[in-house]
Design a protein. Structure first.
Length: 160
C-alpha cells in the first residue's frame, strides 16, 4: 500500500510558496459526505495555513464524484481561480460501478488539465472500504485534502 508508512498531512511550510495572492476553488462531492467533508477541511485549513485568504477560497458542491469534472469546468470558466481541488470519495461495492466512476472521474479531471490553464488536483479517494477512506481523510494516514492543497499551491505558482 502506497500510504502504509506515510502521513499525507506532513509538509514543510518553509518549502511551500506563500498562497496569499492566489485564489483557489474546491469542488466537493456530497457522496460519502463524512469523508469528503474531512477532505475539504484538510484542504481549506492547509490553504489558510499557507497564507491564502479565506475570501479567496471558493467552495462548490456537486452530487457525486462523477460530477466533479463538470463542476470543476464550470468553476474554471466562472470563478477566475488559480487552481482547483476536486474532492470525492468512491468506496468499492459489490458491482463494477466503482470501476466506471473511478475511471471516468480520473479521465475527466485529466482532460481538464489538458484543456485549460487552471490546474485541477485529483483528490478523490478510491478505497476498498470505509475504514481505508477514514484513514486517508484525517485518520492514521493523515488527510489527502492537505496533500491536494499543497499540490494546488505548487501548481498555481507554476501556472503563473
Amino acid at each position: 500500500m502506497a500510504t502504509e508508512n506515510k502521513n499525507l498531512s506532513v509538509y514543510d511550510k518553509n518549502k511551500i510558496p506563500n498562497a496569499k495572492d492566489l485564489r483557489f476553488g474546491i469542488v466537493v462531492s456530497e457522496w460519502n459526505n463524512e469523508i469528503t467533508e474531512a477532505l475539504y477541511q484538510g484542504a481549506k485549513e492547509t490553504f489558510l495555513d499557507c497564507g491564502a485568504l479565506s475570501e479567496n477560497i471558493v467552495r462548490w458542491k456537486v452530487p457525486g464524484s462523477f460530477e466533479l469534472t463538470f463542476g470543476s469546468k464550470k468553476m474554471i470558466k466562472t470563478e477566475k481561480v488559480d487552481a482547483i481541488v476536486a474532492i470525492g470519495s468512491v468506496i468499492r461495492g459489490e458491482t463494477s460501478h466503482f470501476d466506471f466512476v473511478c475511471s471516468a472521474t480520473a479521465q475527466g479531471i485529466k482532460d481538464l488539465n489538458i484543456a485549460y490553464d487552471v490546474p485541477v488536483i485529483f483528490c478523490v479517494l478510491t478505497d476498498e472500504n470505509l475504514q481505508q477512506a477514514k484513514d486517508r481523510s484525517g485518520g492514521k494516514h493523515g488527510n489527502k485534502g492537505t496533500e491536494a492543497a499543497i499540490a494546488a499551491i505548487q501548481m498555481a505558482v507554476l501556472g503563473k
